[in-house]
Design a binder for this molecule. Structure first.
Ligand SMILES: N[C@@H](CCC(=O)N[C@@H](CS)C(=O)NCC(=O)O)C(=O)O
Length: 230
């Protein structure tokens, strides 16, 4: 059975949503990043980048959420336009835009606001600006159609949901969704899907460490928060 290495963060949640949408049987394997389990050699043999999600599907070993979405969509033939379809090109562009722009800039915005050991005004300003600029492009696209590719719900919408459903926290702004009304509409629509509810229920069954204490900071950012001398 497909093994799904996950926690409840945005990138694994996209894959959890896909698995629940398709009903593919899978074995969920929690990896607690606040306890440093992502650095265990058994896990870095699967994902050398020491992050979630990852999957093992028979002989196929994959990491990076958007690569996994594309692999699973191609494998099942679900939630993507058919081969040779012009829309397939659009899907690739938007999926890569989420992977290389939306995700990283949103991630850096939250990092410099909440987790950096010092306040760096330039970094705060740059990443907040860039994250919002990327989300404006997504919102503009969603102003043209119900989903990222028009009438059809695809893996791009799932990829957007990972970060988009948590934007208030990511950008530290309770009113942020008023800036992105089309995104807000889609996030509510996906949140209400039974598969999204099941994905959240699945991740809530495991008791991940909640506390962001010093040990958690060291587990997540070992290069910044030096280990205890003893
Ligand atoms: N590009 C990767 C990013 C994965 C990533 O950053 N995952 C986060 C959770 S959303 C993680 O595992 N963080 C733990 C860590 O950095 O130690 C993807 O899309 O899967």
């Amino acid at each position: 059975m497909l093994k799904f290495f996950y926690n409840a963060a945005p990138n694994p949640m996209k894959v959890a949503l896909f698995l629940e949408e398709t009903g593919l049987p899978y074995d969920p394997i929690p990896v607690d990043t606040r306890r440093g389990e992502q650095h265990a050699p058994a896990f870095t043999a699967i994902n050398p980048n020491a992050k979630l999600p990852a999957i093992i599907d028979g002989d196929a070993v994959l990491f990076d959420s958007n690569a996994i979405l594309l692999y699973l969509a191609e494998k099942t033939g679900r939630f993507l336009p058919g081969p040779g379809d012009a829309e397939r090109g659009a899907l690739l562009s938007w999926l890569m835009f989420v992977a290389t722009g939306v995700g990283p800039f949103s991630g850096q915005a939250v990092h410099f606001r909440n987790f950096a050991p010092e306040r760096v005004p330039y970094a705060l300003k740059r990443y907040d600006y860039e994250a919002r600029r990327h989300w404006r492009i997504i919102d503009g696209r969603l102003g043209q159609g119900r989903y990222m590719l028009g009438d059809d719900y695809t893996i791009v919408d799932m990829a957007v949901w990972g970060w988009g459903s948590r934007l208030t926290y990511m950008l530290g702004d309770d009113e942020v969704m008023t800036e992105f009304p089309n995104l807000d509409r889609l996030m509510h629509e996906i949140d209400d899907r039974p598969a999204a509810r099941r994905a959240k229920e699945m991740t809530s069954k495991h008791a991940f460490k909640v506390k962001f204490d010093d040990a958690a900071m060291r587990a997540l950012y070992p290069q910044i928060y030096a280990p205890d001398p003893d």
